[in-house]
Design a protein around this ligand. Sequence first.
Ligand SMILES: CCCCCCCCCCCCCCCC(=O)SCCNC(=O)CCNC(=O)[C@H](O)C(C)(C)COP(=O)(O)OP(=O)(O)OC[C@H]1O[C@@H](n2cnc3c(N)ncnc32)[C@H](O)[C@@H]1OP(=O)(O)O
Length: 178
Amino acid sequence: MEPHPDAPGPGSKLPQHYEQCFGCGDEVDAGLHIRSAVGDGMVVHSTFTVTEAHQGAPGLAHGGLLACAFDEALGSTVGNLLRRPAVTGKLETDFRRPVPVGSTLHIAAKLDGVAGRKIYASAEGRLDADDGPVAVRARGLFVSVDFTHFTTHGDVNALEKFRAARKARPEKDWDINP
Ligand SMILES: CCCCCCCCCCCCCCCC(=O)SCCNC(=O)CCNC(=O)[C@H](O)C(C)(C)COP(=O)(O)OP(=O)(O)OC[C@H]1O[C@@H](n2cnc3c(N)ncnc32)[C@H](O)[C@@H]1OP(=O)(O)O
């Protein structure tokens, strides 16, 4: 599958897509603060460091937050490589090992296929290194949507603020209303 001709190439760091996103936003103190970059072969590498704010059992990451990390990593892979707005339709996770507070999950995500509006992607998360033991695997189905999805269902004032902030960014890579 070919990426969009304007997709960021290998070595590109991906910007947070929204400052108040729980997955990647800097403005969410207890958020996941995921950071992503494009690697070779259209694989997107993301890291998520588990803090005390992310616990389920004492000292261990909550499974739902791990699923959130994969939603973000997969969504970012889809959005950046295909440059299409898309939302998660389905997300499946396999939790293979506990993920302790203080550990960093190294997530490698890739596109698996596109069928009409349906986009399939999958990822693997390894503990503390790109070649560490596999802790979580995930598969997602994303559905391409028009930008009206966000204006119809989201907060229009927040979207307007978001659009203005993106226009002001020197590294602006896409516009919410191109
Ligand atoms: C511009 C450049 C960007 C650049 C850089 C951006 C970076 C960007 C990073 C973002 C990173 C954020 C990552 C977090 C992303 C979220 O977390 S998104 C939030 C969670 N998801 C949602 O809120 C979605 C809620 N659901 C919906 O709005 C609607 O159900 C949907 C998904 C839009 C689909 O509704 P619809 O438009 O009416 O379409 P519908 O005909 O039902 O479905 C279309 C096709 O998908 C299939 N489908 C839909 N849902 C499912 C399902 N659950 N299971 C199986 N098949 C399904 C349908 O069967 C149908 O298949 P076909 O008939 O075409 O074969």
